[in-house]
Design a protein around this ligand. Structure first.
Ligand code: ADP
Length: 153
C-alpha cells in the first residue's frame, strides 16, 4: 500500500518553513498532498487560486507533491484521498500543545490515520504566515520568508 500523507494548512501564503517540512518528508512518503483548507468563515489575505498556484510553483520539480483544496474535516478528506498520514510541522511548545489536541482528536475520529510531526529547522522556527502577512500589510520585504513560487507583486 502506498504511503500518502496530507499536509494540511491555509498557506496564506506558503512560507519557506512549510516548503522545508514537505521537502524533508519526501523520503518518508510515496506521495504528499498539500491540502489547502478552505473555510468560508475565514478571511484570507490571498485568494485560494493564488495560494494554490504558488504552492504548485514551489514544488514543480517534485512529482511526488500534489496540491489540492478541501473543506470539511481533515480526516474525512484523508479517507477520500487514501492518505493514512497527516503531516504537521512543530515550531514551538505552543505549536506542540495545539497540535497535540488536534492530533489526538483526529485519532478519536479516525484511528487508522496517524499524525507525523517534523520539528521545524531552527532557522525557520520564527516564520509564520501570520507574521509574513503583517510584514506585507506594513510594506516590509517578505520575500526571504515566502516559498520560491510566491509572486507577491
Ligand atoms: P494553519 O492554517 O493550520 O495554521 P499553517 O498554514 O499556518 O496552517 O501551517 C500548516 C502547518 O505547517 C502546521 O503544521 C504548522 O505548524 C506548520 N508550519 C507553519 N510554519 C512553519 C515553519 N516555519 N516551520 C515548520 N513548520 C511550519
Amino acid at each position: 500500500m502506498s504511503k500518502i500523507a496530507l499536509f494540511p494548512g491555509s498557506f496564506d501564503p506558503i512560507t519557506v518553513g512549510h516548503v522545508d517540512i514537505v521537502i524533508r518528508s519526501l523520503d518518508l512518503f510515496d506521495k504528499i498532498i498539500v491540502g489547502v483548507g478552505h473555510n468560508s468563515q475565514k478571511n484570507y489575505m490571498f485568494p485560494l487560486q493564488d495560494r494554490i498556484d504558488w504552492i504548485k510553483a514551489c514544488f514543480e520539480e517534485y512529482p511526488q507533491v500534489e496540491v489540492k483544496t478541501y473543506s470539511g474535516l481533515t480526516v474525512d478528506y484523508c479517507k477520500e484521498v487514501h492518505a493514512r498520514f497527516i503531516l504537521r510541522g512543530l515550531r514551538t511548545s505552543v505549536d506542540f500543545e495545539f497540535e497535540k489536541s488536534i492530533g489526538q482528536m483526529n485519532r478519536y475520529l479516525e484511528s487508522g490515520i496517524e499524525t507525523i510531526f517534523l520539528l521545524s529547522a531552527p532557522q525557520y522556527s520564527p516564520i509564520s504566515s501570520t507574521i509574513v502577512r503583517d510584514i506585507i500589510k506594513h510594506g516590509g520585504n517578505a520575500e526571504p520568508f515566502v516559498g520560491s513560487g510566491v509572486k507577491l507583486k
